[in-house]
Design a protein around this ligand. Structure first.
Ligand code: CMP
Length: 140
């Protein structure tokens, strides 16, 4: 195992319900360290770029609508095996399939309004971090 960094997002369904702290607590309890964090509201262009890989999917337009519907909290998480660990703590994309105790099982409303995002590979983590943070915003 190696120390990795991953991009995490607390999504608009969570900021609307004022549960960002509860979501972040789950990440920290799993041993992940928040080394950069900011609350922002994405433009349509930012959301479209971030989710470009899903451009051809039928849910792309709605996903962009949702991710620009309110503030989000973007984070860089660091830790041993951080990419897989973050995905384990989040649980399956569809909350109906998520394991007990995971963020999505406890908090997600449905497959779209699913409370959290985490990078799915080291390559995408590097891309997603660079889209959201400058080097001097990652403070450790
Ligand atoms: P996320 O991990 O941010 O990556 C892509 C997002 O697309 C996903 O979480 C969900 O919010 C959304 N998504 C994935 N599959 C579907 C689907 N079948 N219907 C609606 N939204 C989806």
């Amino acid at each position: 195992m190696a120390v990795e960094r991953t991009l995490s997002i607390v999504k608009p369904d969570a900021t609307a319900r004022n549960i960002t702290g509860k979501v972040i607590a789950k990440l920290e309890e799993a041993g992940l360290r928040v080394i950069a964090q900011k609350r922002v509201r994405w433009s349509r262009e930012q959301a479209e770029k971030f989710y470009e890989v899903h451009k051809e999917r039928p849910f792309y337009g709605e996903l962009v609508d949702f991710m620009t519907s309110g503030p989000i909290v973007v984070q860089v998480l660091e830790g041993e095996d951080a990419i897989a660990k973050n995905r384990e703590v989040m649980g399956a994309t569809n909350p109906e399939e998520a394991a007990p105790g995971t963020i999505r099982k406890e908090f997600a409303e449905n497959i779209e309004r699913n409370t959290a995002h985490g990078s799915d590979s080291a390559e995408n983590a590097a891309i997603e971090i660079a889209l959201n943070f400058s080097d001097d915003e990652i403070v450790g």
